[in-house]
Ligand binder design. Sequence first.
Ligand code: FES
Length: 87
Amino acid sequence: MAQRKIAVKICVGTACFVQGGADLLLYEDFLEPSLLERCVIEGTGCLGGCKVQDAKSGAPFVEVDGNVHANVTVDRLRQLIKEAIDA
Ligand code: FES
């Protein structure tokens, strides 16, 4: 049976893009192949996180399997994907 893919959406809205989202879009450069093959990763418009949290303190936002996370760094994105795989 094929393994379920983790759905990852990186916000490319302005607030997120300028506060680190642009770095996250380089995911192919920093995520290990073993993680990349378990995910479907795409950029997306505003996830709404910046509307409910202070955009300055919360961006960039990333959605992993339907859950929106704030302040996502390269290391945090890697960790979130690992957690989703192990869940
Ligand atoms: S711009 Fe990213 S959540 Fe709104």
